[in-house]
Design a protein around this ligand. Structure first.
Ligand code: ATP
Length: 331
């Protein structure tokens, strides 16, 4: 794709929080790896949409035919960082039927009565789905830590627990993409001011956001510690500068695209014989449609016919006395 050349370093690499990563050095208005401007980024995002949609459909089809793969996009970020915009503009490019979105706010009384990972486990994507976590299990080492909602000795154990949890979900077939959207203090101030100035944005404003903003330094320290302790070789954090929404959306689009493409999923083989089914369908049609459906028989390549035959015979082996088979033989 033409816009690929505007990436000098692939985003998965440019944004990865590797050993020695220092959050304080991050330019939050930066565009790591990308040399294009806003217009080029928006074009590139839109252009990726078609690929993304195709890959998502393959994943969905894979899940529908017994596959165990899924993808989980974890989105972290302080208020106004743009998590909602990612869901709307990036995830919005794929079929919503293939997406399971979970938002994690202050735990309810029922959630609090369970282990903190209870609500997270229940929200993990089923095979074939793209899961999106708007905030996640990582709030446990962010707000919970900053607001001292757990005793300090418990916090120490959390990093290892979160790493084990991530390993477990990956072992069960989920490709994990961890994204932290990092907005600057100034940009957060500007976005909050806009929410207060525009009646159509009041609904997004929470007076509590100012209290959280006052703890900016503590949150930055908590994010730094989270990156240091949980950005592992197998489940790295991608730290995305978020002052330019167009960059953040492009970067997450690319990360998601890379994860889906990495699954290398083809289309599931037919578990029936396409040629036979076409003849059966033709038999139910009026003359002109029947002829063209029968003719389309000839268009199956030998490979397609073989695939259909192999899949059909495998299905028969597994399930020799299926009702529909009986019906077929009667006809
Ligand atoms: P957002 O700010 O994510 O766009 P929002 O303002 O609508 O969404 P909610 O979804 O209601 O807010 O909840 C988000 C809040 O819940 C955040 O302040 C977050 O820190 C808090 N939260 C999330 N997980 C936990 C947790 N495990 N313990 C305590 N508070 C949490």
């Amino acid at each position: 794709m033409g816009n690929d050349s505007l990436w000098t370093v692939p985003p998965a690499e440019a944004l990865r929080a590797g050993p020695g990563f220092r959050l304080e050095e991050l330019d939050r208005a930066g565009t790591p790896g990308w040399t294009g401007d806003k217009d080029a980024a928006e074009d590139a995002t839109t252009a990726r949409g078609a690929d993304l949609s195709d890959l998502q459909e393959r994943l969905f089809a894979h899940g529908r035919t017994g596959g165990d793969r899924s993808v989980l996009l974890v989105l972290q970020g302080l208020d106004t960082a743009g998590k909602g915009g990612i869901v709307r503009h990036v995830i919005g490019m794929v079929d919503p039927q293939g997406v399971s979105l979970a938002s994690f706010g202050v735990p309810t009384p029922i959630e609090t009565s369970h282990h903190h990972l209870w609500r997270i486990r229940r929200a993990l994507p089923q095979p074939g789905k793209i899961g999106v976590f708007d905030r996640s299990h990582y709030e446990q080492v962010l707000v919970v830590k900053v607001d001292e909602l757990e005793p300090p000795e418990v916090n120490v154990r959390r990093y290892a627990e979160l790493n084990r949890f991530d390993e477990g979900i990956m072992a069960s077939g989920t490709t994990l993409i961890k994204v932290a959207l990092m907005v600057s203090y100034e940009e957060q101030g500007a976005r909050l001011r806009e929410r207060l100035e525009r009646p159509d944005k009041y609904w997004k404003y929470e007076p509590g956001d100012i209290d959280t903003r006052k703890k900016w330094g503590d949150f930055q320290a908590a994010y730094q510690e989270m990156f240091t302790s949980t950005s592992t070789g197998t489940a790295p954090w991608h730290v995305v500068p978020a002052d330019h929404k167009w960059y953040a959306r492009l970067a997450v689009t690319e990360l998601l695209h890379g994860a889906l493409a990495g699954l290398d999923l083809g289309w599931p083989k037919a578990d029936f014989r396409p040629a036979v089914e076409k003849r059966r369908l033709a038999a139910t049609m009026a003359e002109p449609d029947r002829v063209s459906t029968e003719r389309s028989d000839d268009s199956s390549t030998p490979e397609q016919a073989r695939q259909g035959d192999v899949a059909a015979s495998e299905k028969k082996k597994k399930n020799p006395k299926k009702k529909s088979d009986k019906k077929d033989t009667k006809k």
